[in-house]
Ligand binder design. Structure first.
Ligand code: ATR
Length: 267
């Protein structure tokens, strides 16, 4: 049986095992995907195990997305552009790193009738990096970033050649796409929060939330009420996972059935 899994620390609840083990089962693949809680100090020895066991594929999450890059034989252009890896896979005997978060960010935007011509990324953490790289890869001409701590937005703006908008002035802009990568709206302490005032959505904009729990965040509900299109964070999660599965097995999960699986797991 082939071994797959996710490395991170601490490893909180993740839907990745549900998705990938379902995929193996559906496609008759003899594989098992499991959580590997790996502390930062244990990464070097774990990476030796990945090569010696071998483990066929790994998802990588916080805090290893950047540090793991030192242990790889090849890093894709896309992962290099983001400066982070979320997927390890083998190409022959080369251990490679890819960033399917970017693929996940892009996938639902490809389904829109028209590509947005302007986009604002809210937040400046790892998810914001993936959003910036994705919007650049898609060719959105005008991209800006706004973050509570402006220095972090400025650093990313410099790296990705986009504009910075002060956090308190973000709603003076009228981007065609607003992408929330902050935890505002996430279940728990932030659930009643939103990064955008209900009365200030630009006309016909697309509201894209990276948060997927709850499925309908306050940001998305209010955007919908204001007449905007919405994209749930579940789409990004789904598509980053489908892309990982394809890299590992060469096969495609059925996206509609996989989406339903995740929806059922979240309800
Ligand atoms: P991730 O790697 O998942 O993107 P992160 O690195 O913790 O997560 O980034 C979270 C982002 O959400 C940060 O940009 C953070 O802003 P700061 O740079 O000012 O810390 C932003 N964020 C977190 N809580 C916030 C809040 N209450 N209001 C506004 N922004 C917030």
């Amino acid at each position: 049986m082939d071994s797959y899994g996710i490395i991170g620390w601490p490893l909180g609840h993740t839907m990745s095992p549900t998705l990938h083990n379902w995929g193996f089962n559906q496609l008759g693949i003899d594989g098992k995907y499991q959580p590997y809680p790996v502390e930062p100090t244990g990464l070097a020895s774990f990476m030796e195990t990945v090569r010696s066991t071998p483990i066929q594929g790994l998802s990588v999450t916080i805090p290893h997305k950047q540090t793991v890059m030192a242990y790889l034989d090849h890093i894709t252009d896309r992962a290099q552009a983001v400066g982070a890896v979320n997927t390890l896979y083998w190409d022959g005997d080369m251990l490679c790193g890819e960033n399917t978060d970017v693929i996940g960010i892009i996938a639902p935007l490809n389904d829109l009738a028209d590509l947005p011509q302007s986009a604002m990324v809210l937040g400046a953490g790892g998810a914001a990096r993936a959003a910036l790289a994705g919007f650049k890869e898609l060719g959105i001409p005008r991209i800006c970033i706004s973050n509570r701590t402006e220095a972090k937005a400025a650093a990313l703006a410099d790296e990705f050649s986009v504009k910075v908008i002060p956090w308190e002035k973000r709603m003076d802009e009228s981007p065609q796409l607003i992408c929330n990568t902050t935890p505002l709206g996430m279940s728990g302490d932030f659930q009643s929060h939103t990064p955008w005032d209900a009365s200030r959505f630009p006309e016909e904009c697309v509201a894209y939330d990276i948060v997927y729990n709850p499925l309908r965040t306050r940001f998305l509900s209010e955007a919908e009420e204001a007449g905007c299109s919405t994209i749930s964070g579940l789409e990004m999660f789904l598509h980053q996972g489908l892309a990982q599965f394809k890299l590992w097995t060469g096969q495609d999960m059925n996206p509609t059935a996989a989406r339903q699986l995740l929806l059922d797991a979240l309800r």
